[in-house]
Design a binder for this molecule. Structure first.
Ligand code: AGP
Length: 608
């Protein structure tokens, strides 16, 4: 999604803006631009395509105050004229992330006042609206506050004025934005990775905050316009953690980081002898004692993690669990049970639909809320009563990999803690699960050793248009996740089905051009799955079977077998996912797609 960077300093800030935009490239974008204040004029440079293009075009631009943006098109095609910053009368420049819902009405009003619109975006109204107030009051802060009061929708914005080289204004509501605090210089950004080379001291703006930023300080006002203090956090993220290093793509790097990410996420738990609710927050024990069911809300890959968890929670902890796509839940008329624990899962913690679903749940009277999230200061974490932070580190590739497996690890911990509180986990069993969790990072490492074999297997997919993924039980969501990975980075149409559903429709698709990928661990459903696979072979379908060590399945003509290093029991979905991530990665490599920044997609989906 769109990314924002802004800076005010005594040095030329153009390199800071460009480097910040580069760091935000992973969020997904199709055009980029910047504007600086120089000699009481706005200098604007915009380009479609990569930040590298913008860097070339900005060679002669310099200034001490400026804002920059990567745009992910929502209103209006990706083009230079729709790229941000948007200007009003060469006086006001604005960058915007989010969607303004009432822009048509404002646009009509401003057009009647002779404002000339030069883009198809919803964002341009913000620039003209601020301008309409600024020409009256000559105060950029007040003009922005007045304009924001007229907007309906979500925004993070950065604002500068040509005749004000001492202040920049920013604001957030529904989209993330933070301030970077330097020595005699200040910054704004959509996320901390954009600022790592200039400062690690950051202030997260709260919903509705507006800030006025100068060289030597900043003032923050809440939604009611009252001056407020927000704490300064020291980011733990390092510059190296967002560098590519020896890897060809971030996705490959992040797949390989999984053993460490799992170890980090499980660190506190694996070093202790017993599981305690406190890992979810101080109020967890009291909350868990009151609940009788779970409602998991998430999107995309995070939703798949929830689907796996449902199998664990109902089987191990014996607690009813529903899993819903956040964007559906938020608009559905549902019956709230106040004894339900609402669990939201998100890598970014800024996914608009997940945030809205959580707010919707709260509005229905759900007070027990828990988030599983990879970004400590995200809106989702701040909105939830309880939390467990995955410690996957920054995930740059659009395709979620280490975030997913660490979410699964966190959800397994939740399952065990609830099982224990509900008297369903004996001492011995607890130790057995803890042992399996301690072993998980090395089991994940062993899966990575299959990389050359999986790369070889991927060659079979380079000329395919479609693929079908099958799984059963716990591994059905893994089939879904494998299909999602393949489609998002290789653009091969992929679908996933619970294997038992095959004969109820999708079998009609199977022929020699339809590769079928089966997730086939050594579990109680293997025999059933075997029959489903025979149904595929009988129709000439080529099978790619991901089985466990010691499997009873065998390779044969049209059946390609890949053996996982071990059967990991309940944790098997984590290992099988890693294999499918590698498959998708190598198919995408073969197809020559942009693995880390697949077309049309964004990393954090901060709009509805
Ligand atoms: C998966 O590879 C995705 N890119 C996507 O489905 C993602 O999981 C989804 O947008 C949710 O994001 P979140 O975890 O940050 O909320």
């Amino acid at each position: 999604m769109c990314g924002i960077v802004g800076a005010i300093a005594q040095r030329n800030i153009v390199p800071v803006l460009l480097q910040g935009l580069q760091r935000l490239e992973y969020r997904g974008y199709d055009s980029a631009g910047l504007a600086v204040v120089h000699n009481r004029q706005l200098q604007r440079v915009r380009s479609t395509g990569r930040v590298a293009e913008l860097t070339k075009s900005s060679a002669n631009t310099s200034g001490h105050l400026g804002i920059a943006h990567t745009r992910w098109a929502t209103h209006g095609v990706p083009s230079e004229r729709n790229a941000h910053p948007h200007l009003s009368n060469e006086l006001i420049a604005v960058v915007h992330n989010g969607i303004i819902e009432n822009y048509e009405e404002i646009r009509a009003r401003l057009t009647a006042q002779n404002y000339i619109f030069t883009s198809d975006t919803d964002s341009e109204v913000i620039a003209h609206l601020i301008h309409s107030h600024y020409v009256r009051n000559h105060n950029l802060l007040l003009a922005t506050q007045a304009a924001l009061a007229e907007l309906v929708g979500a925004y993070a914005i950065g604002v500068v004025a040509a005749d004000n080289d001492t202040h920049m204004i920013c604001a957030r509501k529904g989209s993330p934005l933070l301030l970077g605090v330097g020595k005699g210089e200040h910054f704004i950004a959509s996320d901390v990775s954009a600022l790592l080379s200039v400062t690690k001291n950051v202030v997260y703006l709260e919903e509705g905050d507006v800030a006025e930023i100068s060289l030597h300080g900043y003032r923050i006002f809440n939604a009611q316009g009252v001056a407020v203090e927000r704490p300064v956090h020291i980011s733990e993220m390092s510059s190296e953690s967002v560098e590519l290093g020896e890897y060809r793509h971030y996705m490959q790097k992040e797949i390989h980081e999984q053993p460490q990410a799992l170890a980090d996420t499980l660190e506190g738990v694996c070093n202790s002898q017993t599981l305690v609710p406190g890992i979810f927050g101080a109020e967890a024990a009291a909350t868990f004692a009151q609940i009788d069911s779970l409602l998991i809300l998430a999107c995309g890959t995070s939703h798949h993690a929830g689907m796996v968890a449902r199998y664990w929670l109902e089987e191990i902890a014996g607690i009813p669990c529903t899993v819903e796509i956040a964007s559906e839940y938020r608009y559905r008329v549902s019956v709230a049970n106040p004894k339900t624990l609402v669990v939201t899962i998100s890598q970014s913690g800024e996914t608009a639909d997940t945030l809205a679903a959580l707010n919707h749940a709260k509005s229905l009277g759900h007070n027990h809320t828990l988030s599983i999230c990879n970004v400590p200061e995200s809106a989702l974490v701040r909105l939830s009563k309880l939390r467990l932070l995955t410690r996957a580190g920054p995930e740059i590739g659009v395709a979620s990999t280490k975030a997913f497996t660490t979410q699964l690890a966190a959800l397994f911990l939740l399952t065990l803690v609830l099982a224990k509180l509900r008297g369903r986990l004996g001492k011995e069993e607890e130790q057995r699960h803890l042992h399996a969790l301690r072993h998980l990072p090395s089991a994940a490492q062993a899966v990575l050793k299959l990389e050359p074999e999986i790369a070889h297997l991927a060659e079979h997919f380079a000329d395919k248009q479609h693929a079908l993924f099958l799984g059963r039980g716990l591994h059905y969501p893994i089939a879904l996740e494998g299909a999602l990975k393949l489609k998002e980075i290789s653009y091969i149409h992929a679908e996933a089905y619970p294997a038992g559903e095959l004969k109820h429709g999708p079998l009609a698709l199977v022929d020699k051009d339809m590769p079928v990928i089966a997730v086939a661990p050594n579990d109680a459903l293997l025999e059933k799955l075997k029959s489903n696979l025979q149904e595929v072979r009988a129709r000439g379908g080529e099978l790619y079977v991901f089985a466990d060590a010691g499997t009873r399945l065998q390779s044969s003509a049209g059946v390609h077998l890949m053996q996982m290093p071990e059967h990991a029991g309940y944790l098997s979905p984590i290992l099988h996912t890693i294999a499918l991530q590698l498959l998708a990665y190598y198919v995408a490599l073969k197809k020559g797609t942009d693995v880390d920044k697949p077309r049309n997609l964004a990393k954090s989906v901060t709009v509805e």
